[in-house]
Design a protein around this ligand. Structure first.
Ligand code: GRG
Length: 285
């Protein structure tokens, strides 16, 4: 795993080399993207490519594109007009380090660059076009952005489990789903693999967000690298604030199990990803 993560870090660093564009916003983009984060999304892209029988390296541009979109979402999510968080990945959040306007631009820069990275990958033009469509659909106004809109609209309101589920599916699940699907596209997988990637991403995404909610309640700021208790402070609707800790844990178990079921089609080859998925359920950051 360490080897795979190193490949991702190295590829991201080549795309975000400050010397190619030496100015504050480029520095802010590199600051928020490099040297932090678990790289879950990029890891999924590379892994699904390998599960389709191809070298995982060929999915690196798509994996970096999805990590850039993720980094942009975190920068914007931390802004005072959103969650107003000062700490991210164990260091000052982007707007605390570079100022609000530069942080906004750094997010915009990462979002835009992600599409250029996907478009100029060495895969076929039809794969690149599909990858761009997938990224814009799942990260866009029908996906992650809509989820974030719901998150803001639900602040201070009592929401149903169904509404909560839909918000999480979009806010967090959509980009994770896209990460898996991008791996299948890079690996030239077929309908069967695409379906497995979507099923896995859907359920793993829900489990991932529920654990994120649990960590906001039970985690330690020093380990998490971001503030704890911010959901309660911001009157957010989460699995923990709505259903309580025990029910939240049960739901995370349930969706992890469903995610693992989706990997069955890969047989033995799917076992390392299954193990990784179980580790995510028990993560502390
Ligand atoms: C367009 C102004 C504007 C804002 C967009 C879309 C958006 C803001 C925010 C996305 C919503 C969001 C941040 C959801 C949380 C998803 C989540 C669980 C993030 C944490 O992911 P990890 O744990 O983080 O993978 P690391 O740091 O490990 O990469």
């Amino acid at each position: 795993m360490k080897e795979i993560i190193n490949k991702i870090e190295a590829a991201l660093a080549t795309y975000l080399k400050p010397e190619t564009t030496p100015h504050t916003v480029a520095d802010a983009m590199a600051y928020s993207t490099l040297g932090g984060g678990k790289r879950v999304r990029a890891f999924l892209t590379l892994t699904f490519c390998a599960l389709c029988g191809k070298k995982m390296e060929q999915a690196l541009p798509y994996a970096c594109a999805v990590e850039m979109i993720h980094a942009y979402s975190l920068i914007h999510d931390d802004l005072p007009c959103m969650d107003d968080d000062d700490l991210r990945r164990g260091k000052a959040s982007c707007h605390k380090e570079f100022g609000e306007a530069n942080a906004l631009l750094a997010g915009d820069g990462l979002l835009t660059k992600a599409f250029s990275v996907a478009a100029s990958s060495f895969l076929s033009p039809s794969q690149n076009i599909r990858a761009i469509q997938v990224l814009s659909h799942f990260a866009g106004v029908e996906g992650m952005i809509l989820g974030q809109e719901m998150d803001l609209a639900y602040e201070g309101k009592k929401v149903s489990t169904k509404e909560l589920l839909q918000m999480d599916r979009l806010k967090t699940g959509a980009l994770l789903k896209a990460s898996c699907l991008l791996g299948v596209i890079a690996g030239n997988g077929g309908e069967r693999e695409e379906k497995a990637a979507l099923d896995y991403g859907e359920n793993m995404g829900l489990a991932f967000q529920i654990v994120d909610d649990i960590l906001d309640f039970t985690g330690e700021e020093a380990v998490l690298g971001k503030p704890v208790g911010s959901d309660k402070e911001n009157q957010k609707s989460t699995y923990v604030t709505i259903l309580g800790l025990e029910e939240a844990k049960k739901s995370a178990d349930l969706y992890t199990k469903k995610a693992l079921d989706a990997l069955q089609i890969f047989g033995e080859e799917g076992k390392p990803l299954a193990e990784y998925t179980r580790c995510l359920l028990n993560r502390d950051r």
